[in-house]
Ligand binder design. Structure first.
Ligand code: PLP
Length: 488
């Protein structure tokens, strides 16, 4: 198989030379990881102490020398060169310092948008619609031709829920704007202006950490403890046994059980006059442990939503923009029609959501904030999308993801006590270990060998490489992982 990164880099050679002179940014990948100190090393430790004086830091793992990072390799403050299969929590589409993105520093649109950052809801740039078209509409899921930009995944989800609520109430009013009684009562958080609506989410889900999103985030207690939450219904998300083909009966029963719960919860809330206005779901419950569900499950979920007039929101913040081996993971379900709303961020570089035309909101300031996104990110995404399409990176991601799964299955067969439940979609690949302690230890050992992998849920390891993760990176990953597993 042709290594994707080699292609990408050779075409960009001219840009690379210019950039080296101008900015001293790295222009090539190390051929292998190179670890010189313990990780985090002394320099990172020192920087962490300095950070504590001005900023909270308990989650900081290591400091990074971003100018030295390139492609799939991260270089930390101590000069350790690390193969990064986690890529800033799944968020860098073309790897570090991609030459064609670095070359955008010469693009006046990037400079002016950064220096004179627009309040997009009121004063968008003259080229805003064109930028949105090139960067986001050109990769829109089928059936969704409108988009709203936002700041991050959480704000994308938060505004998607608001959109669903507004749509639900507008439909109840026969398409009319809020009445005088609605406007008056909402100021005291009373009916009818403040409706008793809810959003159905799933155990194990992660949709962000804002106050509203925490009411649908249920991946880990640490995110939720001490924070008041909305009384919104929670259904179980399927928990499959692997390999799938050996556990069809169990897995099908999981789908049925979870869909019944959704149906029952929606009906109970309707009885209670606390209607469910939206269901929000991840294609793969990522932070929660890389739990997958079948296309049949999602078909069933969409049908329940349709039957009940409930907005079907698919959170593709982590799975979107190519990593699943298709531009959007939900495309692999072949739904009869698109979801009502699809949210994104991370590899899409900018947060936001696609929506069906009937979810367009007509009144100003209902979906609004000062920045409402970031045109610099659209300029970068416009180029990233051009590279992704030209280099066929989504297809290559599908192929290399299949190789990664094969490699992990081989490890699973050699180390059945330590590696199990290998699963994946594109390079969104994961496996389970026996317990949290073993999982954390494996991550530490691998990092010390120069391989960064991610953890999720209680016992899982997940891979979230860039779209330029190629054969040679795969071989290094499997090699270092096997060496790490052996020392467990
Ligand atoms: C599925 C999903 N939704 C939402 C979010 C929140 O995104 P952000 O951290 O950009 O606010 C995340 C972050 O990991 C995520 O994985």
């Amino acid at each position: 198989m042709q290594p994707a990164s080699a292609l990408t880099l050779s075409r960009s050679a001219a840009a690379i030379n210019g950039i080296r002179c101008l900015s001293g940014i790295a222009t090539s990948e190390p051929s292998n990881p190179n670890v010189k100190t313990k990780i985090p090393g002394p320099k990172s430790d020192e920087l962490k102490i300095a950070m504590a004086k001005v900023h909270q830091n308990p989650s900081v793992k290591m400091f990074v020398d971003y100018e030295k990072c390139f492609g799939n390799y991260l270089v930390d403050a101590d000069g350790n060169e690390i193969l990064d299969t986690f890529m800033q929590i799944s968020s860098i589409p073309l790897g570090y310092n991609h030459p064609e993105l670095v070359a955008l520093h010469k693009d006046p649109r990037l400079i002016t948008a950064a220096v004179s950052r627009p309040a997009l809801g009121s004063f968008p740039r003259t080229d805003f619609a064109k930028l949105v078209d090139n960067a986001l509409i050109s990769i829109a899921p089928k059936g969704l031709s409108s988009v709203q930009t936002m700041l991050c995944g959480t704000s994308a989800n938060e505004n998607a829920l608001k959109t669903a609520f507004i749509h639900y109430q507008t439909a109840k009013r026969g398409g009319k704007s809020p009445t005088a009684a609605d406007l008056e009562s909402c100021m005291n958080q009373q009916l009818p202006g403040t409706p008793h609506l809810s959003v159905l989410g799933f155990h194990g889900a992660f949709h962000g950490r804002s106050l509203a999103m925490l009411s649908v985030t249920r991946s880990k207690a640490v995110h939720k403890v001490d924070i008041p939450a909305h009384d919104w219904p929670i259904a179980n998300f399927p928990r499959y046994k692997y390999p799938l083909e050996k556990h069809e009966e169990h897995n099908h029963a999981q789908d049925e059980k979870c869909l019944k719960e959704v149906r029952d919860l929606i009906a109970a809330r309707k009885n209670d006059k606390r209607d469910v206005a939206a269901v929000i779901v991840e294609p793969i419950q990522s932070e929660g442990g890389d739990h997958h569900a079948s296309a049949e499950f999602f078909h069933g979920l969409q049908k329940i939503c349709k039957d009940n007039g409930v907005c079907f929101i698919v959170d593709e913040v982590q799975t979107g923009a190519g990593a699943s081996g298709t531009m959007w993971a939900h495309e692999q379900w072949n739904l009869p029609s698109s979801p009502d709303i699809v949210t994104f961020s991370k590899k899409a570089l900018i947060g936001g959501y696609y929506y069906k035309p009937e979810f367009k909101i007509n009144e100003p300031y209902r979906i609004y904030n000062t920045w409402m996104g970031e045109p610099t990110k659209l300029v970068i995404l416009e180029k990233a999308v051009e590279v992704m399409k030209r280099e066929n990176l989504v297809k290559k991601t599908k192929e290399i993801g299949e190789e990664l799964i094969k490699g992990l299955r081989r490890l699973e067969s050699h180390y059945p006590q330590k590696v199990f439940n290998v699963r994946g979609m594109g390079t969104l690949v994961a496996f389970d270990t026996c317990d949290t302690q073993t999982r954390d230890k494996l991550m530490d050992i691998a990092l010390q060998k120069g391989l960064q992998i991610g953890g999720c849920g209680d016992t899982s390891i997940r891979f979230r490489p860039a779209l330029i993760f190629a054969e040679k990176h795969l071989q290094t990953t499997l090699d270092l992982l096997e060496k790490s597993i052996k020392t467990l």
